[in-house]
Ligand binder design. Sequence first.
Ligand SMILES: Cc1ncc(COP(=O)(O)O)c(C=O)c1O
Length: 384
Amino acid sequence: MTEHQLPQGFETLAIHAGQEADPQTGAVVTPIYQVSTYKQDGVGGLRGGYEYSRSANPTRTALEECLAALEGGARGLAFASGLAAEDTLLRTILKPGDHIVIPNDAYGGTFRLFAKVLTRWGVEFSVANTQNLDEVRAALRPGTRAVWVETPSNPLLGITDLAALAEVAHGAGALLVVDNTFASPYLQQPISLGADAVVHSTTKYMGGHSDVVGGALVLADAALGEEVAYHQNAMGAVSGPFDAWLVLRGIKTLGVRMDRHSANAEKVAELLASHPKVSQVLYPGLPEHPGHDIAAKQMKAFGGMVSFRVVGGEEAAVEVCNRAQLFTLGESLGGVESLIEHPGRMTHASAAGSPLEVPADLVRVSVGIESIDDLLADLKQALG
Ligand SMILES: Cc1ncc(COP(=O)(O)O)c(C=O)c1O
């Protein structure tokens, strides 16, 4: 963990970037500007640049400036969901006939967006294991416009070397897009490693409390940021003011939460690794994980997500999910409370029959920040 240095003051930026005290009242928290339109002082006479809340809203602006600061990018943009952010980015950087390389391990909804929506719009994709750079190189074509990656990936916790992948993508004239949802910018900053665009489901660690659905993009380059902002307004999938406010509030504690998520997950992974009912643990913090050294190089800690395979196959894995008590059975991740799920039947059901299909005996846990002894006791009883 010594090679990676976060830029100084991450937690300070999380609490203050884009969030000056309200100039009129001195309120220390950015207000929820629950408003659709703004009075003009004469036609075109905008106060502070705001005319209509799809185009811009002060609460969303605060979040967008904070996002850009945390990821070290030129422009941050907040959306109604992670998938809305992905769709807006993709339909900005791709046009019909273009090609994109996507990973063989990713959120099922992201795969569905490529396979069922963008293909109808004339975009072609190839699937490659992004942990194997030769496979990525072999998938590149003259029309490849972008390479997409998740690291750690959902749900197999695969680790891709971002600096090396950026070189491969840029060598082919393609952009590198990183879905940084699992790590959060506290643990990993892809733009500093060469990424051109960072994607988040802010529903997860950024919001952090399972009370909001949201998405974000951060663009390394200001000109590309401007182009995506144009599409954000033209396509309209923006974050509402209250949702933006919830994400902004969540971000203030991102650092302390991620430290606890990571510490608890390391203990959970250790327990699972020594359990006779578990055939494999997928957690980059374990020294035997194939991506451990790369993760140690490019992440501050290993995060709060752990997946494992259960002896006895699919039904045994489903039973573990059903027996859990403190780990709530449910989709999503990244909240303060621990969650458990069966990816094959739940979050990744849309990838069934595709190259992204997940093992049937896989269980995924989002390790929360509850007392670790309680979490370990629940997993032990769920495993039986
Ligand atoms: C890694 C990852 N990216 C993107 C998304 C999509 O985000 P949302 O559900 O906010 O649309 C998810 C959702 O689970 C995810 O896990």
